[in-house]
Design a protein around this ligand. Sequence first.
Ligand code: PRP
Ligand code: URA
Length: 209
Amino acid sequence: MENVVIFNHPLIQHKISILRDKRTGTNEFRSLVEEIAMLMGYEALRDLPLEDQEVETPLETCMTPMIAGKKLAIVPILRAGLGMVNGILALVPSAKVGHIGLYRDEVTHEPHEYYCKLPTPIDQRTIVVTDPMLATGGSAVEAVDFIKQHGGKHIKFMAIIAAPEGLERLRKAHPDIQIYVGHLDRCLNDEAYICPGLGDAGDRIFGTK
Ligand code: PRP
Ligand code: URA
C-alpha cells in the first residue's frame, strides 16, 4: 500500500493509547488529538515545496530554503476533524482552513453534508483533510469527492484511527491521494464504530453525548 502511511512512532502510539482510555477527560483528549495531528503532520508535510530565499545571517548573506508561497489548506471534516487543525497550524501557521460538515446517519451510517467552504483557488494547494476516525470510509470518500469537484488535486487524508474496511474503501475510491493513519484497528462493530477504537471522537473532543 504505497499511498498509505501507518505510523509506528512510539510517541504517537502512546498518545493514541491514552485517547482510547474511557477515563481520559475532554481537556486531555483535546490536547492529545492536537499533539498527534502535529506529529503526523510533521511527516505528512515532508514534500512541501521549498524555494531559496535571501537571508542575511550575522556573518553574510546566503540563499536558504523556505516553504514556497502560502500553499497549504487544512480541511477538517466537522466536527471531530476540527480537533486536529491547531496541531497542523502549529507547523504551518499561514495555512488556509476550509470546512466540510458531514454527519453519519445513525441507522444507515451514510454521510450527510450540511456545510462546505473551501479556500479559493484550491487547485494549486496541498490539501490536508483531517478526521480522527476513518470508520466505514463514507465521510472521507464524500469529503474528497467534494474537494476534487471544486478542483482540488494534491490531497492528503489524515486519520488518527482507521478500520481496515474504511481504509480500503478510501484507497479504492481515491487511489491518487496520500493517506496517513495513526493506528489501524481491528474492525467495525454492528453500529459501524471502530473496535477497539476510542468511542465517538466528536463527543469526546467537545464534551457532548
Ligand atoms: C464521525 C467521524 C467521521 C465519521 C467516520 O463523525 O468524525 O467524520 O464519523 O465515519 P465513517 O468513516 O463511517 O463515515 P460523525 O458523523 O459522528 O460526526 P461528528 O464529528 O459531528 O460527531
Ligand atoms: N466515528 C467515531 O467517532 N468513532 C467511531 O468509532 C466511528 C465513527
